[in-house]
Structures are given as structure tokens and as C-alpha cells.
Design a protein around this ligand. Structure first.
Ligand SMILES: [Fe+2]
Length: 375
């Protein structure tokens, strides 16, 4: 439907010149791409006095999670959130994996929050560093070999199909990044024999171990279009407008069946006098939104949340600027932040590890009427 109505007190154009005393609330379908109306409200819809039920906004300190791979070379990452399409894990691996991994449940997107090292695979080694996305296709034999003791990964497992890239359409081929930046490995076979080598295969979250007396990473060459690859967030160059606030989809990095991975990145604030710098309130009724803070903070927040904070905003529940974000955005020239945003079509469930690291007051930070309670 292309007909646009304008009833009552509205701005001339969304995202600019909110009428005095109003708060813009985006009511849209299909994330930020579908039919939409902007409502101009007399109160922020997040000025709640209480919430009961599963849609409460949640936040955890993911650095407080202690995966078994943190202290055990044979350990595994810890799952935090999941649905049929995507599982999200944290890994703190300090020592080289004592086994080779083959994930038969899905592709894995490793986001390197901290650390350096190498991911050895059938296709050859890929060195990683802080800020890298490393994509490992379903079924690849691989092993993570940390080069520093501080490795911290968020792993996004795509269970319904391969990792792809959003359509770029009118943006052309070089925005939000040049595909030539994707790096893939050169073969480097490990021709060790003797000893025992394990390949642990994960299928339907159950493990099968295969034993060899030679290293399984013995491919002397490869040809095709399926392989691990990486790109660093500093190489992303999302489009920007000085006259209007761009929607989150502008920053989309990967698209997988049932979810998107979006990278919020440093940008100057809008400079047009009537451009709103903070996002509208929204209830993103078709997607759950997960945001992992790599560095800095979103323009919708006035206070730092701390690196490694991971938030969950379930579909249907409002979120948006917290009470002091409007003033904070006026004083700053830029948003200096990298954040990994995962938007899922299906509702996410959370694990005990997630709730064990939860900030019980997060939901209250959106409302200036609430005084946080002691945890
Ligand atoms: Fe959002």
C-alpha cells in the first residue's frame, strides 16, 4: 500500500522535526522495510511503571558467563539464546582445541570480541583478530588455536541455511563493504601421522567423535565457492545521511534464513537542524532484537553499558531512546561504537546461562519513573 495518510499532529516527514512535546513511535512491519506509520505520542511508550511477562527487555553481562572452553581445551561454548533458525553462544577459549570440530547443525559466524589466533580448517588457516567476523560453513573440519589468552567470541549458528549477504540493489557493489575484502584461506595441509586425532561432529546438538591416526586437515588443495572467510568490522563502510537517521537495515552485514546480522558502526551524527539523532521508539513486531556491545554505545543510550553487554528486546515490546539520550546526542558529534545486532523472525528462548548473567534492572532503564532496585 503506497497511500500515505497524515492525521492530526504529525511531522512533515518521519525522523525529522517531531512536533513540540511529542515522541515519535514507529509502528512497522517486516523490520524497518514494510508498511509503517509513525505515531506522535504525548509520552515515551517506554515510560512504563511495570512489566509482567516474557517480553521484558533483558540484558546480560556476557563476560560473566564461564563456558567450559575457558578452562578446558576439550570444552565447548555456552549457548545463551536460541530458536529453530539461530543459536547464539559465547566462547572464551584460552587453549587450542584438543579436538577438531565439524558442525553439522549449521554455519557458524564467529565474532571476535577480543583476542588473536588462528582457525585451522580443511581449507587452510585463517588468522583472526579483534573485530573479525569469521564465517565457517556447515560441515567444515576446523580447530580454534588462540594466540592470546583473552579470546572472547560470540558465535552465531545459522541452522536453517547458509550465510549470505543482503541484496544491495541501488547501493551498488561497494557498500556496505567491498566483497574483495573477504579473505579466505590458502591450503596448508597438516600431514602429521601418529598419535590420535578426534573429529567431534555436532548434529541435532548431539556429539559423535571420529578417531584418526592422522591429522584430518590434510587437504592439499581446494576449488569451489564454499569455504571459510573473514572480514573485519573496521572495513565496513555503511552509507550515511546528514539529513536523516538511517534505518538499522542500512548496516546489515549478513542475512541468513530467519535472521539478520547487522553491524552498527561509528558515524557522524546527522547535522540537518530538523533531523532527529536518536532512533524513534519502536516495537519491531516482526523481529526479536539482540545487540552485543563490542565497543562504545548506541545513540539511544545516554550511559555506557559496558563492552560485552548483550541485550534482548523481544518483538512486540517497545524500546528506544532512554530518558537522557536526547540530551546526550545533542552534545556529541559522532557515535563511536561497534555493536553486533542479530534480528530474528522467530521468538528467542534463553538458557540458564543467560539468566545467570542478567541485570535485573535493565527493563527499568528506559523509564525515568522507576528507581532501580538492588539486584
Ligand atoms: Fe530496535
Amino acid at each position: 500500500m503506497i497511500i500515505r495518510h497524515a492525521k492530526g499532529v504529525t511531522s512533515k516527514q518521519a525522523r525529522t522535526g517531531w512536533p513540540e512535546g511529542t515522541y515519535e513511535d514507529e509502528h512497522g512491519r517486516d523490520g524497518f522495510a514494510g508498511e509503517v506509520s509513525m505515531l506522535y505520542r504525548a509520552h515515551p511508550p517506554t515510560r512504563w511503571t511495570g512489566i509482567e511477562g516474557p517480553l521484558k527487555p533483558r540484558a546480560i553481562d556476557s563476560a560473566a558467563v564461564r563456558p567450559t572452553d575457558m578452562g578446558d581445551a576439550a570444552g565447548v561454548p555456552t549457548r545463551l539464546l536460541y530458536n529453530d533458525d539461530v543459536h547464539i553462544y559465547v566462547s572464551r577459549r584460552r587453549a587450542p582445541m584438543s579436538y577438531y570440530m565439524r558442525n553439522a547443525d549449521g554455519d557458524e559466524i564467529y565474532f571476535v570480541h577480543e583476542g588473536t589466533g588462528t582457525i585451522e580448517s580443511d581449507y587452510g588457516p585463517l588468522e583472526y583478530e579483534t573485530g573479525d567476523y569469521v564465517v565457517i560453513p556447515k560441515g567444515t573440519n576446523y580447530r580454534v588455536v588462540p594466540g592470546s589468552p583473552d579470546n572472547f567470541f560470540i558465535i552465531i549458528e545459522s541452522r536453517k541455511g547458509p550465510t549470505g549477504f543482503p541484496e544491495r540493489g541501488m547501493l551498488g557493489q561497494h557498500v556496505p563493504f567491498d566483497f574483495a575484502l573477504l579473505q579466505c584461506p590458502d591450503p596448508q595441509p597438516i600431514l602429521d601421522e601418529g598419535g590420535e586425532y578426534q573429529v567431534r561432529i555436532k548434529r541435532a546438538d548431539e556429539w559423535t567423535t571420529v578417531y584418526y591416526d592422522f591429522c584430518p586437515l590434510d587437504a592439499v588443495g581446494w576449488t569451489g565457492n564454499l569455504c571459510p572467510y573473514k572480514i573485519n568490522v573496521r572495513d565496513l563502510r555503511a552509507p550515511y545521511s546528514e539529513r536523516t537517521h538511517m534505518p538499522p537495515t542500512t548496516y546489515a552485514t549478513f542475512q541468513c534464513p530467519g535472521f539478520w546480522v547487522v553491524t552498527f558502526q561509528p558515524k557522524p551524527f546527522e547535522t540537518a537542524p530538523d533531523a532527529e539523532r536518536v532512533p524513534a521508539y519502536h516495537r519491531n513486531v516482526d523481529y526479536d532484537e539482540v545487540v552485543f556491545t563490542h565497543s562504545g554505545r548506541l545513540m539511544s543510550r545516554a550511559e555506557d553499558q559496558g563492552a560485552a553487554t548483550l541485550t534482548l528486546h523481544p518483538a512486540g515490546m517497545h524500546h528506544g531512546p532512554n530518558p537522557r539520550a536526547f540530551e546526550a546526542a545533542k552534545k556529541a558529534d559522532r557515535m563511536e561504537a561497534f555493536l553486533v545486532n542479530i534480528d530474528t523472525e522467530k521468538p528467542l528462548k534463553w538458557t540458564d546461562a543467560f539468566t545467570g548473567a542478567e541485570d535485573p534492572n535493565y527493563w527499568a532503564t528506559f523509564s525515568d519513573r522507576l528507581v532501580p532496585v538492588a539486584p
